[in-house]
Design a protein around this ligand. Sequence first.
Ligand SMILES: [Zn+2]
Length: 70
Amino acid sequence: MPCKSCFSVNRKKFGAEMGIHFLGLKNIDKPIVWVFPELVVCLDCGAAEFVVPEAELRELVKDDAAAAAG
Ligand SMILES: [Zn+2]
């Protein structure tokens, strides 16, 4: 699959550790959601792509739903 930004095929896979946190002062107490995705980086323009694993994705959805309700 070519890069979605510059259509280069010069892309490479990496391992990554990523702490996803919610933006905004009201979310300052929300815990960081850690993910360890396989990262695909375009070596020409730097655009990166990864998929949040299902368990961690549920954490993001759950927190978002709680924020909308409260
Ligand atoms: Zn690119």
